[in-house]
Design a protein around this ligand. Structure first.
Ligand SMILES: Cc1cc2nc3c(=O)[nH]c(=O)nc-3n(C[C@H](O)[C@H](O)[C@H](O)COP(=O)(O)OP(=O)(O)OC[C@H]3O[C@@H](n4cnc5c(N)ncnc54)[C@H](O)[C@@H]3O)c2cc1C
Length: 473
């Protein structure tokens, strides 16, 4: 008997560890709510997780098996469930953060003590951390070089779904009432999220993937930067929680590439694959540098003198900075637990450069509010914007929120969607908002805030602060 331990791979299809376990004998699937992990979670992610687990359990039941659900420290729970089921091997897929690796080490030790074999597989990425290295054998710290090798390397096919015969029959190994109830949000200590959280299931992910690969993927190269265009895949929470497998996503891009009409469409498909490669680039950065979650990556920028201004930070969180694109992004976050990538960069630059707030404050807010928060991508994104990360934005490039709005949201559609106070204001005035005189602002949208900072001054201050940090080295 095999135990398969689900973590961030909440699906039965294209799951490499599960497929490997199924090859060896009947499988009992298990999920364990770990309070040490829940401590770092926010309501949108827990809501998504619960929905994904309900759908995973349903899929197992359709196949004649079941999903065992437990709560506790996995190093106590896994050996216990293995004993209850008479399992002689526990299989799971790798997770790459420092905390996850420490937890897995403890589980391996506990299983060793209990005399239960264990095995792990790479599943969450197409090329595991360390598989793609420089010619000198080092992990990459520059994305472009990583991408070239990643792009050219052969990719595995999706792993097969277990069949009914591969699964321990429901109720046979553990009584049907011993599989454990799925708890609600409240029982896990979370409130209902204030945001609308998307549906979490393999079917929902496949629908997004199919829709995206049918049309939007061919425009992605150009359209992905325009937040009002809704031209990206929205697969991020699914890739984070593994409701879809990355090999399946990649395979669909191959079909799309085969159906592309001309070079521009083929390049657009490649641009989308480039984002999957960014995800794997950051996974390997995290794997080889687990401290990037809490520490600046770049040595010479370790000493940036961040400012601590609770009022400015609160205005940023509320989406009341008086910079329309920034505020739209921060409100999208609260409404949808999601922010468009271009706007994530703008709001992150605003926080870390205009407000000179420590990127960790932004990371924590995203960790609480995003449905797709992912340790590797989020620390990577924040450190990119703060100019402290690998292959980051140079410190002297400070996004100008006004020109970003003019360029990427020219008709202010995105702003008007999330900032109702500005719905009746012409686009040109929305973009000019920080530079309008106070009387005009009051006439146009009396309920929308004045800008909380002068961008030009704050830009100078940020550059001077980073230069001082570099000089200190
Ligand atoms: C400050 C900041 C924080 C971020 N935090 C996260 C996070 O917590 N979780 C997260 O998944 N992404 C994060 N990103 C990256 C990116 O914004 C999201 O992945 C993307 O917006 C998700 O939308 P989508 O699924 O429609 O993406 P698509 O454009 O359709 O891209 C497809 C997939 O590629 C991956 N991807 C896309 N862009 C990036 C990127 N820049 N870096 C790494 N992977 C990428 C994601 O898995 C995404 O689902 C962050 C970016 C920034 C600037």
């Amino acid at each position: 008997m095999q135990l398969f331990w689900h973590r961030r791979d909440l699906r039965t299809t294209d799951n490499r560890g599960l497929a490997a376990a199924a090859e060896e004998g009947p499988v009992v699937a298990v999920f364990c709510f770990d309070d040490a992990v829940l401590e770092h979670a926010g309501p949108p992610r827990v809501a998504f997780l619960l929905d994904a687990l309900a759908s995973l359990r349903e899929r197992y039941r359709d196949l004649g098996g079941d999903l065992v659900v437990r709560r506790g420290d996995p190093s106590a729970v896994l050996p216990r469930v293995a004993g209850e089921c008479g399992a002689d091997r526990v299989v799971w897929n790798h997770d790459y953060s420092g905390l996850a690796r420490e937890r897995d080490e403890a589980v391996r030790a506990a299983l060793d003590d209990a005399g239960v074999a264990h095995e792990q597989f790479h599943d969450a990425v197409l090329h595991e951390p360390g598989a793609i290295r420089t010619n000198a054998g080092d992990p990459y710290s520059v994305y472009t070089y990583f991408w070239r090798k990643w792009r050219d390397r052969e990719k595995d096919d999706p792993a097969p779904e277990p069949t009914t015969g591969d699964l321990a029959a429901r109720g046979e190994v553990l009584g049907a009432d011993a599989t454990g109830e799925l708890p609600g949000l409240g029982a896990l200590g979370f409130d209902q999220p204030e945001a609308d959280v998307p549906a979490a299931s393999t079917a929902a992910a496949r629908e997004l993937l199919a829709d995206f690969c049918e049309a939007d993927i061919y425009e992605y190269g150009d359209a992905r930067d325009y937040p009002a265009a809704d031209a990206t895949s929205r697969l991020s929470p699914h890739l984070k929680f593994g409701t879809v497998g990355v090999r399946e996503v990649y395979e669909r891009t191959e079909d799309a590439a085969a159906g592309a009409d001309g070079e521009a469409e083929r390049e657009s498909v490649a641009a989308f694959r480039g984002q999957l490669a960014w995800r794997e680039f950051y996974a390997q950065v995290l794997y080889f540098n687990p401290e990037v979650v809490t520490e600046n990556y770049r040595d010479y920028e370790r000493d940036v003198e961040w400012r601590d201004d609770p009022e400015e930070l609160a205005a940023w969180k509320r989406g009341e900075t008086g910079f329309p694109v920034v505020d739209a992004g921060m409100r999208q976050l609260r409404e949808e637990a999601y922010v468009h990538n271009r706007v994530r960069m703008v709001v992150a630059s605003f926080l870390t450069k205009d407000l000179l707030a420590d990127w960790r404050a932004g990371y924590e807010w995203y960790r609480e509010k995003l449905v797709d928060h992912d340790t590797a991508n989020d620390s990577g994104g924040w450190q990119w914007a703060a100019s402290t990360g690998t292959d980051a934005q140079p410190y002297f490039r400070v996004f100008n929120p006004t020109t970003q709005g003019e360029r990427y949201d020219p008709d202010a559609e995105y702003v008007r969607e999330y900032v109702p106070e500005l719905r009746g204001v012409p686009a040109a005035k929305i973009h000019d908002w920080p530079d309008l005189d106070a009387a005009e602002r009051d006439r146009l949208a009396p309920d929308y805030p004045d800008p909380i900072v002068d961008h030009a001054e704050r830009r100078e201050r940020a550059i001077a602060t980073f230069e001082a940090a570099r000089g200190d080295d």
